[in-house]
Design a protein around this ligand. Sequence first.
Ligand code: CTP
Length: 416
Amino acid sequence: MVTDSLKGKTILLGITGGIAAYKAAALCSKLVQSGAAVHVIMTESAAKFITPLTLQTLSRNPVHTDTFDERDPAVVSHIDLADRADLVVVAPATANILAKLAWGMADDMLSTTLLATRAPLLIAPAMNVHMYAHPAVQHNMSLLSQRGVRFVEPGTGQLACGYVGKGRLAEPEDIVQAVHQWFNPHVQTQGQPQPLKGRKVLVTAGGTVERIDPVRYITNDSSGKMGIAIAEAARNLGAEVTLVAGRVSAALPDGMRIIHVESAEDMLKAVLTEMADSDIVIKAAAVADYRPVVRHDAKMKKKDSTLTLELEKTTDILEEAGRRKQHQLLVGFAAETGNLEHYAMDKLRRKNCDLIAANDVSIEGAGFNGDTNILHLFDRSGSVAEWPLLSKREAADRLMILLSERLKRRDAGEEQ
Ligand code: CTP
């Protein structure tokens, strides 16, 4: 970590009440060591796990816990702190603070300041594995992501509550790394090879939403995790990444440009606009094949005992990208239930792709929505790689490394 690299930056550190609050002391200390001015707000529950005096000593600034404890008559503390921050970090963030922030509640010093600030937010959640996986928590995180909040994902391991699973606060070093990346998105992690430096990578992720009326739509089970992992892997290898995100249930990553889209039509426009100067285009999104012919402006009323919805084909984005492709490496996905090679090769040819990453969604661990995948890769010559069950992150790393090597070989004029 470069010392003084956060010099001149004011960071507001919010600490909420979980056992991981003790790790916030190390985080605070590392931020101060990097040169940042750190101001700490603790919730009442956080102060039950770690004392404000510890944070005051480490931050060298008074610690705030009470909205009405106004020490300087010249300013209103929560507004002053909100205005001064270049970045707000909440670590650890409980399910409670995520819910409060998602729904705009302001009933203590931290939640009030979070609403008052216009500074970007970086949140490191920590909680019990089942709480973290709860749809309410995931929904709140997704809402916050859509508003531009960045997350540092919790780790997997032994939790203080006795369970083993995802929910452990990211290590202070990783949170500091995310802070550095926020301020310097193009400065990469030390020591990591950068084979995609100077390359532009376009990735689509998630499902599309095809509206029937203002409150109803057709969508699918895609979580967006595979596409997001690919975008992160590309970023970590030095690429400039644009992520076109449909409906996703995972947190969106930082250090890249994110374009939010809803329908297949929106995604098509975004991809066609962005692909021109991309070196690699990866279509990991689960695009609806059909959309309602009519989109009603008012909520449809129920009438007869049956209802027939007429659907029409959406444009196949990958196929359209295949038609327009010039220098780009075009990668498609094929989610199948058997006959993998046959369908993958058919898609590869039909959509003019350079590579198809196929998975058999009928096999456990290779389906939608999970954290793992089993990928079988095909190019024009046939099968090029067959990987075992891997975490989506590991599969994404392997895919991006393979693509960076192909790009290098192609630039050197070698055959693929
Ligand atoms: N795809 C796309 N636009 C669509 C449909 C699919 O860009 N309207 C892309 C997906 O992002 C994926 C690839 O095409 O990269 C394959 O998607 P899939 O749904 O498996 O293939 P389809 O061509 O729709 O074939 P089928 O549903 O018949 O299997």
